[in-house]
Design a protein around this ligand. Structure first.
Ligand code: MN
Ligand code: MN
Length: 398
C-alpha cells in the first residue's frame, strides 16, 4: 500500500472531487482508480455549468479487445461497446512489414486514415477494372460497399484507422476469400476454376484475417493489366497534403464527396487545435458526429437542450460522439496541438457556427434575446472560424 501511495504521489498531486470555484464536493477516501481520475479531470470535477443527463459520449481503444495475429493486430469500437455510436464503427489496425489484411469484402463502405507508416491497397470493381496504390501517413482510402480489397504493410509497417458506415459493423465478421474457400467443397472449387481438386490441397482450413507475408516489390511490378482499365474514381486521397483552412487557433482540412468523389457515404474534417485554442461552439445539421483523437488532449462539452450539458475528457486513442445537431465545442487542455477527426455518415461535411449565425441575424434581435451590448455585437464575425484563439481570452483549467 505504501509503495502504491508513493507511486501515485510521484506522478503529481492526487486529484480530489472538490470544485475549486464553489467548494462543492468532498475528498474521496474510498476505492478509486487514481490514474483514470487523473485522465478525466473534467468528468471528475465537472464545470458548474454541466447539468442533467447525457449518455456516455466517450470510449477508448485502450478499453477494447486486441486481436493479435502474426502480421499485425486490430481492435474495434462498435455499438456493442459504445451504444450511442450507431452511425459509424471503427477499427484501429496495425500491419507489420509485409503483414496482410487478407482479400475480403463487406456490406459497408470503408474509409481509412493512415496514422503512421505505409501500406499498399488493391481492389477490383464489378466492371473488372482494378486499382492499386501505396498509402502513406496522412493519406486516406475509401472502398465502396461490396467492393473486394486488400491491405499490406510496406517496409516500415503501418497503423491506420478504419471507419465503416454502420455502427454495428465488425471487422471480425467480413466476407473473406480464405473463409469462402474453406467452406466450399473442393469438387465445387475444382469445377469453378477448371483445375483438379489437388490444386486446393493446401488451402487454409478457416478464415485467415491477417497473416505475415514478404514485403511486396515495387508497385509497378505488382500492377496487373486489366482489359477493362483501372477504376476511374480514385480510392486514394492525400488528406494531410491538402491545403488547410487556417484560423487563429488551428487548422481544418475537409474531405467529402466534393473533393474526393468516391466517398459518397462518409465525410470528415481533420482538425488541429493549438494549445490554448478551441474548436468553436457549433453543431452539424446533417448527422451524428463520430470523433477520433489522434494526438494531444482536450475536453468537449456537449449541449443537448433543456438545460442538459456534459463535459468529457479525451486524449490520443479515444473516440468521441455527438448526437445529431447537439451543440458542442472542444478545448485543447494540453501543451501540444490536439488533432482529431470529425466524421459523419454523409456525403458532405457541414457545420453551423454559433458566432456566424448571430453575426448574420438582426442585431436588435440578438441584443434583446441575450441581453448583451455592443461589446459582443461588434465582435461577431460573418466569416466562419472553425478553430479560435484570442489574445487575452481563454479558460481557466481547474
Ligand atoms: Mn475491409
Ligand atoms: Mn463538430
Amino acid at each position: 500500500m505504501e509503495g502504491d501511495l508513493r507511486n501515485q504521489t510521484r506522478n503529481g498531486p492526487i486529484p480530489e472531487p472538490i470544485r475549486r470555484s464553489d467548494g462543492a464536493g468532498n475528498v474521496d477516501r474510498g476505492p478509486r482508480d487514481i490514474m483514470r481520475d487523473r485522465e478525466n479531470p473534467n468528468m471528475f470535477v465537472p464545470p458548474v455549468t454541466d447539468s442533467g443527463l447525457l449518455p456516455n459520449l466517450k470510449f477508448s481503444f485502450s478499453d477494447t479487445h486486441m486481436q493479435l495475429n502474426n502480421g499485425g493486430w486490430s481492435r474495434e469500437i462498435t455499438v456493442r461497446d459504445f451504444p450511442i455510436a450507431t452511425t459509424l464503427a471503427a477499427v484501429n489496425m496495425s500491419l507489420t512489414a509485409g503483414g496482410v489484411r487478407e482479400l475480403h469484402w463487406h456490406q459497408q463502405a470503408e474509409w481509412a486514415y493512415m496514422l503512421l507508416g505505409s501500406a499498399r491497397i488493391t481492389s477490383v470493381d464489378q466492371m473488372g477494372r482494378n486499382f492499386i496504390a501505396d498509402i502513406s501517413e496522412g493519406d486516406l482510402w475509401y472502398f465502396p460497399p461490396g467492393i473486394p480489397h486488400s491491405i499490406q504493410g510496406l517496409e516500415d509497417g503501418c497503423e491506420f484507422l478504419l471507419v465503416f458506415d454502420d455502427g454495428s459493423f465488425s471487422d471480425l465478421n467480413t466476407l473473406s476469400i480464405s473463409d469462402w474457400f474453406a467452406h466450399t467443397p473442393k469438387e465445387v472449387l475444382s469445377a469453378n476454376f477448371g483445375v483438379p481438386e489437388t490444386a486446393f490441397s493446401q488451402i487454409p482450413d478457416d478464415q485467415v484475417y491477417i497473416y505475415q507475408d514478404q514485403v511486396p516489390g515495387t508497385i509497378d511490378g505488382q500492377k496487373v493489366p486489366s482489359p477493362y482499365g483501372t477504376i476511374p474514381l480514385s480510392f486514394k486521397h492525400r488528406l494531410l497534403a491538402q491545403t488547410p483552412l487556417r484560423t487563429s487557433g488551428g487548422s481544418v482540412r475537409i474531405v467529402d464527396s466534393s473533393n474526393f468523389p468516391i466517398s459518397k457515404t462518409i465525410a470528415a474534417a481533420l482538425v488541429e487545435v493549438e494549445p490554448g485554442g478551441m474548436r468553436e461552439l457549433h453543431w452539424h445539421p446533417n448527422n451524428d458526429e463520430w470523433q477520433y483523437y489522434l494526438a494531444g488532449q482536450g475536453r468537449m462539452t456537449v449541449f443537448a437542450g433543456n438545460g442538459v450539458a456534459r463535459t468529457f475528457d479525451y486524449r490520443a486513442g479515444d473516440v468521441g460522439y455527438v448526437p445529431f445537431a447537439y451543440g458542442h465545442y472542444i478545448q485543447n487542455t494540453g501543451e501540444q496541438s490536439l488533432w482529431l477527426l470529425e466524421m459523419f455518415k454523409s456525403d458532405r461535411f457541414v457545420d453551423v457556427s454559433l458566432n456566424q449565425w448571430m453575426a448574420l441575424t438582426a442585431r436588435e434581435l440578438v441584443q434583446s434575446n441575450l441581453n448583451v451590448g455592443s461589446e459582443l455585437l461588434d465582435a461577431l464575425r460573418k466569416q466562419k472560424w472553425p478553430v479560435v484563439k484570442y489574445p487575452g481570452y481563454g479558460y481557466e483549467p481547474k
